[in-house]
Design a protein around this ligand. Structure first.
Ligand SMILES: Cc1cc2nc3c(=O)[nH]c(=O)nc-3n(C[C@H](O)[C@H](O)[C@H](O)COP(=O)(O)OP(=O)(O)OC[C@H]3O[C@@H](n4cnc5c(N)ncnc54)[C@H](O)[C@@H]3O)c2cc1C
Length: 433
């Protein structure tokens, strides 16, 4: 077998391989005791991505570097830690190894934290014709698409074409869809008329299409009502309990027969797990990795799953936990504590999720919050949202740069990040050379 040979032998220590350095994997890698374990973190990117702020990169509110952080920098001075940028392809439990695109890696313990990807619910043609928001690179692509629309609008042949260019259809009324719609509405009001004085932005339409009975379905009815009212006040057209049937350029067809003419369809309607193959059938449930309360994957003592890809069905969570950052972080912390304490499973503590509440922002000065019994919206929720995101972001430089961008934007209603940067094609970066 083709093993990666340049990772030192762990000697007396056990090797913990972590696949995926997102919220869950990075937290586990930080909290695990490297005097007990040799840690090998693998990720297909060499950086961590703070997904809740992707929409701000897409709408030119933040730079991609403010919401990303290099894995190697996080662990610069850490002993018994090794990072490899590669893609895990398969787990081979019989050999206790993971197959990756750069070779196989042996493990004593394996933690899978590969998160999720965009779900097109079987309609794969939408994958090529719409824009998703599940990575920093997709946020940049979306940013470019949005900026390109405003440039294209200047050479529209007639009113119909102008409307097609300036119509934005966001599919999915969860937090990301609501935040994206709110940010576009803010741009339309305060930034675009200054940047493009020749364009008639009364023709710009923002549609939010949501199949569920109400926006922000995972939050309280209070929050849903608040979000819908604020968005409508800001000019967003909401299509509730309606799904997208097809998108044959330039028409998006909705389930009620409505056809919307647009060049911009942003797909934020759902996620599907990135579960690795190679495990027994019992390990998979609805595509996710079925775990017990100790994060062990069904049928395995030495393989764990944490974060979005893990599914824990128990009396306290009959449908599993929500796929949010807090669950990922808390699972990682519990697993790290258990592994650090002892490898004797009888002494391990079960994972219990503590719901700290949810927040979603709808644009300038508007957000909704469900914090236990407290449900509120408006200014205070918005400030709280800003504060929590600054605290949660990885890296001091990132905290400072986001703070400066947000203060600047708050005072001037404008940040100067609307750069349309296109990568030049270079064979060096492609697999097919
Ligand atoms: C746009 C958006 C907005 C969101 N907003 C919020 C919010 O406001 N609040 C909230 O709580 N949650 C939010 N979430 C959800 C939250 O980001 C996830 O719940 C969280 O990221 C899950 O963490 P994770 O570690 O399981 O997965 P991730 O953070 O997705 O990390 C997975 C990692 O695995 C790597 N990876 C995947 N497959 C492989 C492979 N085969 N080989 C190697 N590496 C691999 C990826 O590169 C990535 O680094 C949002 C998500 C998105 C997409």
């Amino acid at each position: 077998m083709n093993y990666i040979t340049n990772i030192p032998d762990p000697g007396e220590k056990k090797r913990l391989v972590i696949i995926g350095g997102g919220f869950a994997g990075l937290e586990l890698a930080k909290k695990i005791n490297k005097k007990q374990y040799q840690v090998v973190l693998i990720d297909k990117n060499n950086y961590y991505q703070f997904q809740p702020l992707f929409y701000q990169v897409a709408t030119s509110g933040l730079e991609p570097s403010s919401i990303s952080y290099p894995h190697r920098k996080s662990f610069q001075k850490t002993k018994n830690f090794h990072f490899r940028m590669c893609e895990a392809e398969l787990v081979i439990p019989e050999e206790k190894c993971v197959r990756t695109n750069i070779g196989n890696i042996k493990y004593d313990y394996l933690a899978i934290s590969t998160g999720c990807d965009t779900n097109y619910f079987g309609n794969d043609s939408l994958k090529d014709s719409t824009f998703a928001l599940k990575s920093v690179s997709e946020s940049l692509l979306l940013r470019n698409r949005i900026l390109l629309s405003f440039e294209e609008a200047l050479s529209a042949k007639d009113e119909e074409e102008l409307k097609e260019i300036l119509s934005f259809v966001i599919v999915g009324g969860g937090a990301t869809g609501v935040e994206l719609a709110g940010a576009l509405a803010d741009m339309k009001k305060s930034i675009l008329p200054k940047d493009y004085p020749e364009t008639d932005f009364s023709k710009m339409e923002i549609h939010l299409v949501d199949a569920s009975p109400r926006l922000l379905f995972a939050m309280s009815e209070n929050a849903s009502d608040g979000a819908a009212k604020t968005l409508e006040k800001r000019g967003v057209i909401i299509h509730q309990e309606i799904s997208v049937k097809s998108y044959e350029k330039p028409f998006v067809e909705l389930s009620n027969g409505t056809k919307l003419r647009t060049r911009n369809v942003f797909w934020v309607a759902g996620v599907k797990p990135n579960s690795l193959k190679g495990l027994e059938e019992a390990a998979y449930n609805r595509g996710r990795l079925a775990i017990n309360e100790y994060n062990q994957i069904q049928g395995y003592d030495d393989i764990f799953a944490i974060g979005d890809t893990a599914l824990l069905i128990s009396d306290s969570s009959p449908k599993g936990h929500p796929q949010v950052a807090q669950v990922a972080l808390q699972m990682a912390r519990r697993l790290a504590k258990n592994l650090n304490h002892t490898t004797d499973l009888n002494k391990w503590e079960k994972f219990i999720y503590i719901d700290k509440g949810s927040l979603a922002t709808i644009g300038r000065h508007a957000a909704v919050a469900d914090l236990g019994k407290f449900r509120f919206g408006g200014w205070f929720a918005w400030w709280l949202w800003l504060f929590i995101h600054i605290v949660s972001i990885v890296g001091m430089r990132n905290k400072v740069s986001i703070f400066i961008d947000w203060v600047w934007s708050y005072l001037n209603y404008d940040v100067s990040l609307r750069l349309f940067i296109r990568p030049k094609f270079n064979k060096m970066y492609t697999k097919e050379e």
